[in-house]
Ligand binder design. Structure first.
Ligand SMILES: Nc1nc2c(ncn2[C@@H]2O[C@H](COP(=O)(O)OP(=O)(O)OP(=O)(O)O)[C@@H](O)[C@H]2O)c(=O)[nH]1
Ligand SMILES: [Mg+2]
Length: 425
């Protein structure tokens, strides 16, 4: 059983081939460009012992590719599936069904004739996209009129597969595809796309190749003619250019000479200016040197002066430092003297205090003594007064008794008065 997979590049033909064979046989990658570059085949023995041959193709019916490459690969595809495929799998990726896809199937019909549609099954890859968007295959097909037309053309034969599913799901999908394959083959009476048809296709291809060759030769002749014309044009243009160049060269030589003359004059003028400038610079340099020397002398003098000033400042500072040391010494002595004086003063004050306390004590003592004496004298006076009172009483009584005695009393009284007065003195 021979199956040829056709379809636009990148729709998942190689991956579908791997699913059909049950192993990774064809190279498939998610690259931006085409992965499969030429037709290849892989085989597998089916359960019934039947041999399955799967032919993987590059995008040979892709109308974007060059005619020459396409024709070469179609011939190769026919060779690999000889004497003719039982089925063509027209592979489509779930997604938009565009004009490009329609052109691909048209191209298949152009090459193999309209009857090829009897041998076509449409296989949709990326069934997982449908699962993700929760859409059934029927819903997807019904969403495009063109897709429906295609399926009517190929007898409604279509299946979907997720080539990224696990082994079990993939093999289940392959089994369903194989059932449809066998039904279709049976419908076609077990016939494959015949050699006759292939011969017709080959003939058509040959004619197309010859046509292409003729077109190519025609193009070649046209190209040669154009080449000759261009060469002629080039020669004429070259002559024109040569003349122009000659004239331009003489013009240029003339201009060059004039420019050279001018340049020479300018050069001489510049030379003279340079000599004058050099002389002026030399003079300036001499003047600069003189000024520099003068400045150096001034600088040296100023340096000397500064040195002297520095020295005198140092001496002055030294002197000041000495004075300060003396002042400090004097202050220290003054401080010491003050301290001693203070101590002496305090000692003197203490002694005076002691002396004052002693004097106070003596005064108190004297006062007490004096008080004692005063009290004694008062007692004595009182006694004397008592005595005097007694005497006066006695005298008064004696006077009463004796007039003569008055004189005596008078005398005694006078003497007693005198004693009293002397005592108080
Ligand atoms: N998600 C998903 N990706 C797939 C499926 N089938 C194929 N692909 C991916 O689609 C990309 C193209 O697949 P290929 O098998 O190389 O396509 P091709 O038609 O052989 O491409 P060319 O060889 O360039 O013509 C790869 O990254 C595949 O893994 C599928 O069922 N589901
Ligand atoms: Mg491929």
């Amino acid at each position: 059983m021979r199956i040829v997979m056709v379809g636009k590049t990148g729709v998942g033909k190689s991956e579908l081939g791997n699913s059909l064979l049950g192993r990774k046989h064809f190279i498939s990658q998610g690259l931006a460009g085409s992965v499969t570059s030429e037709c290849k085949f892989g085989t597998r023995t089916l359960r019934q012992g039947m041999k399955l041959v799967v032919v993987d193709t590059p995008g040979i019916f892709d109308t974007r590719k060059s005619n020459r490459d396409t024709s070469k690969e179609i011939v190769r595809c026919i060779g690999l599936s000889s004497p003719g495929p039982h089925l063509f799998f027209f592979v489509l990726k779930i997604g938009r069904y565009t004009k490009e896809e329609q052109n691909t199937i048209e191209s298949l019909k152009d090459i193999f004739g309209k009857q090829v549609m009897k041998f076509v099954i449409v296989i949709f890859t990326c069934k997982d996209t449908l699962e993700h968007s929760n859409t059934t295959l029927d819903e997807y097909i019904n969403s495009s009129r063109d897709l429906q037309t295609l399926l009517v053309e190929c007898g409604g034969r279509c299946k979907a597969i997720n080539n990224w599913a696990d082994q079990m799901h993939r093999s289940n999908a392959v089994d369903t595809i194989m059932v449809l394959v066998q039904c279709t083959i049976a419908d076609n009476g077990g016939n494959h796309y015949t050699g006759e048809m292939y011969a017709v296709a080959e003939k058509a291809l040959k004619e197309r190749l010859e046509q292409l060759e003729a077109e190519k030769n025609k193009e070649k002749l046209a190209l040669e003619r154009r080449k000759r014309e261009i060469e002629e044009e080039n020669k004429a243009q070259k002559r024109r250019l040569d003349d122009e160049m000659k004239w331009k060269r003489t013009q240029l030589e003339k201009e060059q000479k004039e420019r050279e003359k001018k340049a020479r004059e300018e050069h001489e003028k510049k030379q003279n200016e340079l000599v004058a400038e050099a002389e002026r610079l030399r003079q300036l340099r001499i003047e600069d040197d003189r000024k520099a020397k003068l400045q150096q002398d001034i600088l040296l003098q100023e340096k000397e002066k500064l040195k002297e000033e520095k020295e005198s400042e140092r001496r002055r500072l030294e002197q000041r430092r000495r004075e300060m040391a003396q002042e400090e010494e004097r202050l220290r002595e003054e401080e010491e003297r003050r301290r001693i004086e203070q101590e002496e003063l305090e000692e003197r004050r203490r002694l005076e205090e002691e002396a004052r306390a002693q004097l106070e004590e003596e005064r108190q003592e004297r006062l007490r003594e004096f008080e004692k004496q005063r009290k004694e004298k008062e007692r004595i006076i009182k006694e004397e007064e008592q005595k005097l009172q007694d005497s006066r009483e006695r005298l008064r009584r004696e006077l009463e008794n004796n007039d003569g005695f008055l004189n005596k009393v008078k005398k005694f009284f006078v003497s007693a008065w005198d004693d009293f007065c002397s005592f108080f003195e």
